[in-house]
Design a protein around this ligand. Structure first.
Ligand code: AP5
Length: 183
C-alpha cells in the first residue's frame, strides 16, 4: 500500500475523519494543518494568535507559518505520512516539493474526496466547530475553489491523483480509499 499520501477535498468532505482512521490502521503520521493550527489557537501561542482571526473568517493562514509547522513534523520522520489539509494552494505545493526533495522523500498518491456542496454544508452545520457557521462555510468553499482546486489538475498531471466518491457511510468511503491505495 502507498505510504506517503495527501488528502485533498473541500471542507466537510471527510478528510479528517478518514485520515485519522487510515493513519491509525497503517501507523502513518497524520498531519492535519487545521488541527495543528487549532491546537496553537487553544494554547494561546503567538502563532495561534496570528492564525485565529484568519481561521474564523475561513481564509488561509500564511504559507510560511503553515510550512514551518509541516517542516517541523516531517523532518526526522522516516515512516509513512498522510497530509490532510496541506498543501492548500500552488505555492504550498511547490514548497512541499522542495521540502520533500531535501528529505529525499516523495508523494506516492493524492486522494481527492469528492462530495456535493449541499451535503458538505449539512455535515459542517451539524458539527458546529467555531468556523462552521453558514457564512464562513460558504467562504471556505470559495477559498477552496479559488486556491485549492487548482491542485487537482497539478497532481493529475503528475499522475498521482485518484478520485474517491465521499458520500455514504464512513466505512464505505474508507473501503474506497483503501482500494485506491493498493495499485
Ligand atoms: P481544516 O481543519 O483543514 O478544515 P477544512 O478543510 O475546512 O476541513 P474540515 O475539517 O471542515 O472537513 P474535513 O474534510 O476534514 O471533514 P471532517 O472529517 O472533519 O482547516 C481549517 C482552517 O485552518 C482553514 O479554513 C484555514 O484557515 C486553516 N488552515 C488549515 N490548513 C491550512 C493550510 N494548509 N494553509 C493555510 N491555512 C490552513 O468531517 C466533517 C464533518 O462531517 C464531521 O462532523 C464528521 O463527523 C462528519 N462526517 C465525516 N464523514 C461523514 C460521513 N461519511 N457521513 C456523515 N458525516 C460524516
Amino acid at each position: 500500500m502507498k505510504q506517503r499520501l495527501l488528502f485533498l477535498g473541500p471542507p466537510g468532505a471527510g478528510k479528517g475523519t478518514q485520515a485519522e482512521l487510515l493513519a491509525a490502521h497503517h501507523q502513518l503520521l497524520h498531519l492535519s494543518t487545521g488541527e495543528l493550527l487549532r491546537a496553537e489557537v487553544k494554547a494561546g501561542s503567538a502563532l495561534g494568535q496570528e492564525a485565529e482571526a484568519v481561521m474564523a473568517r475561513g481564509e488561509l493562514v500564511s504559507d510560511a507559518l503553515v510550512l514551518a509547522i509541516v517542516r517541523s513534523r516531517l523532518e526526522g520522520h522516516q515512516g509513512g505520512w498522510l497530509l490532510d489539509g496541506f498543501p492548500r494552494n500552488l505555492a504550498q505545493a511547490e514548497a512541499l516539493d522542495g521540502l520533500l526533495a531535501e528529505l529525499d522523500q516523495r508523494i506516492e498518491r493524492v486522494l481527492l474526496l469528492e462530495l456535493e456542496d449541499g451535503v458538505l454544508i449539512q455535515r459542517l452545520l451539524s458539527r458546529g466547530r467555531a468556523d462552521d457557521n453558514e457564512a464562513v462555510i460558504r467562504n471556505r468553499l470559495v477559498v477552496y475553489q479559488e486556491q485549492t482546486a487548482p491542485l487537482i489538475e497539478h497532481y493529475r498531471n503528475l499522475g498521482l491523483l485518484r478520485s474517491v466518491e465521499a458520500s455514504g457511510t464512513v466505512a464505505e468511503i474508507g473501503g474506497r480509499i483503501v482500494a485506491s491505495l493498493v495499485d
